[in-house]
Structures are given as C-alpha cells and as structure tokens.
Ligand binder design. Structure first.
Ligand SMILES: Nc1nc2c(ncn2[C@@H]2O[C@H](COP(=O)(O)OP(=O)(O)OP(=O)(O)O)[C@@H](O)[C@H]2O)c(=O)[nH]1
Ligand SMILES: [Mg+2]
Length: 660
C-alpha cells in the first residue's frame, strides 16, 4: 500500500460511478434526455472528477495573499516561466491564472472543469500582460511545472476600490477551488488584522484548507522572530487550533523569503527557506509532492462527494430494486409456466409405465424369470430372451407396442396445452403474476424479503396467506414487461398453436430415454422393497382392469395426503415449487385390493416421477419458446441482481463514502 493508493482508489471509484451506473441505468432501458442527467452525475463529471482524473495524484495549489507581496513572482518561479506579470504596483494581477504541466492541463475543457467554481469559462493565456486586464481566468501549460502540481496565481484580495475590497468576493471561489493554499505575506502587513481576517473568514467558511505560509521579510530577521510572526498569522487564520510547535495543524509548511533587489529587478529568482519542524527542511515543491492527495481532495470536495454519494446510492438502490423485481418476476414466471404445464399434464400413460416397469423388473431378476417359468406362463425361455417376457406382459396388459386406446389422446393433449398456453398469456398481461406457494418455497422467501424492503418505484410484491400453509404470491410485473404488452398481444397465435400441436405429438406416451435411468431405479427399489417376492398372478390380472389412461391431479399439500383410492406421489421440487403432490386416480371399478394398490404404487412411482420430470420440462420449454418468449427475451436482456456492475457500484460508493 503506497501513499498514492488512496488517491487512485478514490479516482477509480468516481470513474466507476461515472461509467457503471449510467450503463446499468441504460441497460434497464432508462436514458435521460440529453442534458438531463441526474444532478449527482453532473456534479461528478463537471466538478469533482476533473480534479482527480489523472494518472498521478495532482494537487491544485493557489497562491494567495495581499497586494505586491510577491505571489506572481513565486508563481513564475514554480512554473519555470514568466507567465504572470510582476511589478511594484499593488493590484497588478487582475485575473486568475491556472498553470499546469501539459500532461494534466490538457486543454480548455480540463481548465474549465478545474475552475468550474469561478463561473467563467477560462481563456487560453497568450502573454504575461494578459494578467493585467480584468477578464475570465487564464490557463497556460508549462513543462517546467511538476506534473503533480496545478498552480493558481490570484489577484490580491486587499486592493482598495472606492472603499470596497472588490477582490475579496472574487478570491473566495478561488480559495475554495484550491486544495492547498500558499499564503504570501510581508513584514509590513503580518500584524494587520484586516488582511488575515479575510483569509481567516474564507478558509473558516470553506471548512479549512491546508496552508503553507510564505513570509517575505528582511534577511536580517532571526528565524525565531520569523517563526513567531508566522505563529501570529497562523493563529489568526485558524483560531483555537494550536498544534505542534505552536502552529495550527492546518499549517503544513513555513518559509521565509528575503527582500532582494535582484529579485525586484528581475535578475534573480526568489528563494524560499524552509522553517519550522513541520516543514522539515523540504523545498516547497518537495513538500507539496509529499502530501497525501486523497484526503485533501476529499476535504476540498466534501460537500460535492456527499451529494454525489447520496444521488448515486439512491439511483443504485432503485436499479437494484428493479433487478430484484425482474428476478422475482422471472422466478414467478417459471412457477407459473410449471403450473400451467401441470394443467396440461393430466394424462399419465399408466399402461405403458406399468409395462415398462414390469419388463425392466423381469430383466433384472433371474429369480422372477424362474418364477414365471414355474407358473408355466413363459416356458423354457432362456435368459437372453427375457425381453420377450416383458413384451408378453405388455401385451397382456393391453399395451406394449400398441398405442393406448384412449379417446384420441393426441387431440386432448393438444387441447390441454393450448388452453394452458392461453391462460399463461393472460397471466402475462396482468399487472402481477399470482402464484401459489407453500412455506418451503424459495419464491415465498424471496417475495417476503422483497416485500419488507422499500419499493422506490411502488412495485412491491405481496404475500397473501391462504388456508393450511398455502400462500398466494403477487409478484408485480416489471415496468419493462408492462411496456411490452403490445408485443405479447401481437403474437401470432396460429403459429403458437402449430408449435404446441407438434409438441403434443412428441409428448404422448413415455419418453423414450427414461429406460436406462429407470433400470437403475428398478434395481434399487426391488432390493429395498422386496415386493418382487410378493408379486402374484392376481396382481397382473388386476392391472389389466385399469383404464388405459389414468387422470392425474396436482395439489400443493403441506401435510401428507390421506391415502385413498388413488396413488399419491410426492414430486421433487419442480422449478422451485415444493410440497407438490400428484394423485393418480384409480377408479373404484378397477377393483384393486389394498395390497395390489400398494404394489402398483411402488411400481408406478419411479416411472411416474421420471415421466413427470421430463414431460414437465418439455412443456415448460415449449411455453418458453412460444407464449412466454417475448417476456423471457426482455428478461434475458435486462441486468440481473447478480450483474457484477452492482457489486462494482457498491464498492465505489463505499470508497466515496469513506471519511476523508
Ligand atoms: N525585493 C524583493 N522584491 C520582490 C520579491 N519578490 C517579489 N518582489 C517584487 O515585488 C513586486 C511585487 O511582486 P509580485 O510578484 O508582482 O507581487 P504580487 O503579490 O503578485 O502582487 P499583485 O499581483 O499586485 O497582488 C515585484 O516588483 C517583484 O519583483 C523579493 O523576494 N524581494
Ligand atoms: Mg501578482
């Protein structure tokens, strides 16, 4: 950690705020009209960042003081060129001059930004005489200046003009602009109250500035005497703040400058002799170069930084809220899609499922084959043709290779898909998606958390408790979605219908690819349950009495269902929906004994779960490609709460907020 790290951290944070927050805002589709950026952004770009937007810590130092004290002479010495006119007449310098290394003072815009408090656009310097005429501030580059120093020469603030000290009003914004003030005074005025009082008023009013005292006095004066005079001046500037060496902490350096004819005649440059312990023998340039710039900038821009922080934090909070609203909506939409898919998944191909399970069971059980052989149903079949046994069972169950003989299952599935899709579309047009949840649903937790936060745009979700541990979650549609109502409405419904019909064809029956997975499961539960040994001929007989397609109903249940005539199957959390149960109904006419029902349940459960998982996913995907596509596309195009830019903005805000 070097001393400059603080400066770079502050600079980079401000740059990051300048770039990241507006980019995020834009990503949310908000673009303020030209010239109507939020105040914080304007302040940041115009006032604060220009003073930090350098590749090295740069200090803005103003040379201030009474008339004819030698300000311009020091300015020229540091700048390495006669930029400001000097002379014996007090009140000579009539304008502010800003000088900097070309690396930092890159042009008019930089000068304007640095001097924004002066309220006048600076003009380029052409000749030293320019400083004699009143007018806008001047700016000039000099390669002799150290790049870390921006130097301001100022008009004196004590020239009398019809009894009024006109320069004082002008000096205030200049001193406010400066991050460090070099105060030049001479022996004749050091004890003059009115002179120091003005500066005291200003630096007091602007919350203090670090100050370097330059005392022009005869070389005959002893250092102790010189220091004593400087203490008097310092005490006036910062009353009540006495620190080390009898100087207030704000005084960071003291120099004496001898009266010199050579200097007055322009034959020599003035020399500044360091005095006092805080100066520690350093030249003025070295002293300034050794300063920790970040706290000085923070100090000079304290009010601006506070305002920038407040505005940016407020905007970040709003955008974050929007991102959370979007993410909640996306989750709710997933659940709504899953719920609508459930409604279309009413027909479980039980016959096929039983046949498949049986076949896989047979294939995995040589014992069972022996049992079948013993019953004489499948005589003398070698093990390698055990597959045939499965097919035989299938045939006996009225299924297998033949299609289930329901009343046009394809037509009814297409119809269900379409109805569900239509309902889904209507839900997308609502101001809020309402989805049901139980206590364990992550969406419920997310909605609760969001409902407890402030909603700057008024879009707050709502938790509505229903009976028996169920909740209705009202998740507001984000602005971006509402704005797309027309797009959602304008969807080509015929095309949607065609896609759904085509999907229905692929969704009939059991998914082809579940066999392998099921085989493993069958092995597991056969070993666990031991139902194999108890399978009886009458069980198979009872299966053939089942209707070809069994109706399924889905219910959110917070307590285990009472076992009834059907088969209850608890489903693994689907798309964040917990506590979901399916009831595969078995008509009483099937005449299953309790034992048969149990056996059927054990056999059907894993197939059902696999079937359900795959089918549900497929249907949700189909809805995602059709009815929900416009909405999902919008959601995909918008930043999520996990967008790294939020974290960057937070980090930047944290650094900007740090006490200076
Ligand atoms: N003898 C002597 N004269 C100096 C010294 N420094 C500056 N001067 C002279 O004092 C006069 C005033 O100096 P400036 O640098 O113009 O003073 P200033 O503070 O800029 O004055 P204004 O711009 O009028 O406020 C000039 O003639 C300088 O040459 C010094 O150290 N010794
Ligand atoms: Mg001057």
């Amino acid at each position: 950690m070097t001393r400059d790290d603080g400066f770079f951290a502050l600079r980079d944070s401000l740059r990051s705020l300048r770039d990241t927050l507006p980019a995020l805002r834009e990503a949310f589709g908000v673009t303020p009209p030209e010239g109507e950026a939020p105040t914080w952004q304007d302040k940041l770009a115009r006032n604060v960042l220009p003073a930090l937007d350098f590749d090295l810590p740069v200090l803005l130092v103003a040379i201030a003081g009474g008339g004819s004290t030698g300000k311009s002479t020091i300015f020229n010495t540091l700048a390495g060129a006669p930029l400001s006119q000097t002379g014996f007449r007090a009140g000579l310098t009539a304008r502010v001059i800003l000088a900097g290394h070309p690396r930092v003072l890159s042009g008019e815009r930089a000068a304007e930004a640095l001097l924004y408090r002066l309220g006048q656009s600076p003009a380029p310097w052409r000749a030293a005489e320019d400083s004699l005429q009143p007018g806008p501030p001047l700016y000039v580059t000099s390669k002799a200046l150290p790049p870390n120093l921006l130097l301001i020469d100022t008009p004196d603030f004590d020239t009398g003009n019809e009894g009024r000290l006109v320069n004082r009003a002008r000096a205030e914004p200049v001193l406010r602009t400066a991050e460090v003030i070099v105060y030049v005074f001479s022996n004749t005025v050091y004890n003059n109250l009115s002179n120091t009082q003005f500066l005291a008023d200003v630096v007091g009013g602007i919350g203090g500035r670090p100050i370097v005292l330059v005392y022009r006095i005869s070389r005959a004066a002893r250092d102790e005497e010189v220091l004593e005079h400087c203490r008097v001046v310092a005490g006036r500037l910062y009353p009540g703040s006495i620190g080390r060496d009898g100087f207030p902490g704000e005084v960071i350096g003291v120099y004496r400058m001898h009266e010199s004819d050579a200097v007055a005649q322009g034959e020599a440059l003035p020399k500044l002799f360091p005095l006092g312990r805080m100066t520690a023998g350093r030249t003025l340039s070295n002293l300034l170069a050794s300063l920790d710039v970040a706290p000085l900038k923070r100090h000079a821009f304290a009010a601006d930084l506070r305002e920038i922080h407040r505005g940016a934090a407020e905007e970040a909070a709003l955008l974050r809220h929007q991102a959370r609203t979007l993410s909640l909506y996306r989750q709710a939409l997933q659940q709504a899609m899953a719920q609508q898919a459930l409604e279309a998944l009413q027909a479980f191909p039980a016959q096929e499922a039983i046949a498949l399970a049986t076949r896989l069971f047979l294939e995995s059980s040589p014992k069972y084959v022996r049992w079948l052989r013993a019953t004489g149903k499948v005589v003398g079949l070698p093990f390698h043709v055990v597959r045939k046994v499965g097919q035989e069972v299938s045939r006996r169950l009225g299924s297998g290779d033949t299609r289930p003989s329901a009343p046009d299952p394809l037509a009814s599935l297409s119809q269900d898909l379409l109805l569900s899709a239509n309902e889904l579309r209507n839900r997308l047009l609502d101001d809020a998606l309402i989805v049901q949840a139980t206590e364990g649903d992550p969406l419920l937790a997310a909605v609760r958390a969001e409902a407890s936060r402030p909603a700057p745009d008024g879009l707050a979700p709502l938790v509505e408790p229903l009976d028996s541990g169920l909740y209705n979650l009202h998740v507001p549609a984000p602005r971006a979605i509402r704005e797309q109502e027309a797009v959602i409405l304008a969807q080509d419904w015929q095309e949607v219908t065609a896609v759904l019909r085509e999907a229905a064809e692929r969704l009939l029956g059991l998914p082809l690819d579940i066999e392998e997975e099921l085989r493993a499961l069958v092995g597991q539960f056969r070993a666990g349950m031991g139902w194999a040994q108890r399978l009886r001929e009458t069980f198979f007989a009872s299966l053939s009495a089942l209707p070809p397609i069994l109706g399924v109903t889905y219910t959110l249940l917070t307590a285990n269902p009472v076992v009834g005539s059907g088969i209850w199957i608890q489903l693994e959390s689907v798309f964040g929906i917990n506590d979901l149960w399916a009831l595969v109904s078995i008509p009483a006419a099937a005449g299953l004994t309790e034992r048969d029902r149990k056996q059927l349940e054990q056999m059907i459960r894993p197939v059902f779960q696999l079937w359900f998982e795959r089918r549900l996913q497929s249907i949700v995907q189909v809805y995602g490609r059709t009815v929900c596509r416009p909405v999902l596309e919008i959601l995909d195009g918008l930043p999520g709460i996990e967008d790294s830019r939020f974290a960057r903005v937070d980090e930047a805000l944290r650094i900007v907020a740090e006490a200076g």
